[in-house]
Design a protein around this ligand. Structure first.
Ligand SMILES: [Ca+2]
Ligand SMILES: [Ca+2]
Ligand SMILES: [Ca+2]
Length: 236
């Protein structure tokens, strides 16, 4: 950030060499040491370490009569803390079901649930069908109404990049205890032009969580088999 000494008309006053201190409303921020302006200006390096919206304030410590300057809100996104891939491609499951019941056939009903264990979590969902993002923190193939296979971000309060399943509008931060239920009938053999919630998809979360994968094999009118489910803890 840049601190300028200014007059009442917001014009730079380039004769000021007062010392400036930097503080932030983000209490874990990494702040620079106090330093003097040079010709009325100076750049300071500030690291905001916590997700949320914060301000940064510059104060003239040489001249207490000067009004401190406070920034507008700066929003910090939480980074992905954990990622995993939904297990067991449906084609393999169908093969396993077929050995149990020769009538098992496509489609396979895939059921995944993700349980949020920490409030404020944001989940990123990257479909395998169109390739994986190089950086889950900065997805380039974002979901939209015209790009339904794009990477979805759930819990960031922004409907335009995907709405968490089960919500009318994307909440800002998923609350602990939220269960994200993903269920769809996956048609086999898989072709990458069809987008499903299925094995191989990549999920990122800003906090630890549990997941429960499961699949149901089907053939007309009858359940051919059910895959056992076991919760698996993946969080730190
Ligand atoms: Ca993808
Ligand atoms: Ca969203
Ligand atoms: Ca998929």
């Amino acid at each position: 950030m840049t601190v300028n000494a200014v007059d009442a008309g917001w014009n730079l006053v380039n004769t000021v060499t007062d010392k400036v201190s930097i503080v932030s409303s983000e209490l874990n921020a990494t702040l620079p040491a106090n330093a003097a302006l040079v010709a009325g200006t100076r750049s300071f390096s500030v690291m905001l370490n916590m997700a949320g919206s914060w301000t940064v304030t510059a104060t003239d410590v040489t001249d207490g009569g000067k009004t401190p300057g406070t920034s507008s809100l700066v929003t910090v996104k939480a980074p992905v803390a954990e990622e995993f891939f939904l297990p067991m491609p449906e084609q393999q499951i169908l093969t396993a079901f077929t050995t149990i019941n020769s009538g098992a056939t496509t489609p396979i009903t895939a059921v995944f649930s993700i349980v949020v264990t920490m409030s404020g979590t944001v989940v990123t969902y990257d479909q395998w069908e169109n390739g994986y993002e190089a950086d889950l923190n900065n997805p380039t193939n974002l979901w939209s109404g015209a790009n339904l296979g794009g990477t979805q971000i759930w819990g960031d309060g922004d409907d335009s990049n995907g709405i968490c399943p089960g919500f009318a509008h994307d909440p800002t931060g998923l609350v602990a205890g939220t269960v994200i239920a993903l269920r769809n009938d996956v048609v086999l053999p898989r072709v990458s032009s069809s987008i499903f919630y299925d094995g191989g998809d990549r999920v990122g979360a800003t906090a630890g969580h549990h997941r429960v994968p499961g699949r149901l094999g089907r053939h007309p009118g009858t359940r051919a088999g059910q895959r056992g489910c076991r919760p698996q803890h993946l969080g730190p």
